[in-house]
Ligand binder design. Sequence first.
Ligand code: IDP
Ligand code: MG
Length: 140
Amino acid sequence: MAIERTFSILKPDATRRNLTGKINAIFEENGLKIIGQRRIWMSQAQAKAFYAVHAARPFYNDLVEFMVSGPVVVQVLEGENAVAKHRDLMGATNPANAAEGTVRKLYAESIEANSVHGSDSAENAANEIAYFFAGCDLVG
Ligand code: IDP
Ligand code: MG
């Protein structure tokens, strides 16, 4: 199976509750390697652009406000089948529907404050990685 890269965010609800280590332990224990990582406080402009695909959705403005409400950890994960594996480990968007043992089942506060972001395709992963990281920042 191919080695892939995916883009991951530990959202403000996770940093606020000091959960970054617990969440990343789940990713690392399942074969995903953190090859780039930065703690940032997103600007409104960055959050709006990052979630532009959702601009027409009713939750867009609230989502942007949430994403700028505190620091986040942006990171790049590498491993076999990384995009799908990361999504599986995250669990469903709404924690009420998330499977046992997933990050969102364990830690999400709500459908909005759901602790993690993960790319949903290899193509989006490449775009999201490039939005936050230079190639020289990624060290396997
Ligand atoms: P995903 O993060 O599981 O890929 P998306 O549909 O891409 O889910 O939505 C992006 C983010 O927008 C979610 O992770 C969540 O924070 C927020 N969100 C999605 N649906 C809702 C909703 O119905 N109400 C409030 N926030 C939502
Ligand atoms: Mg998504």
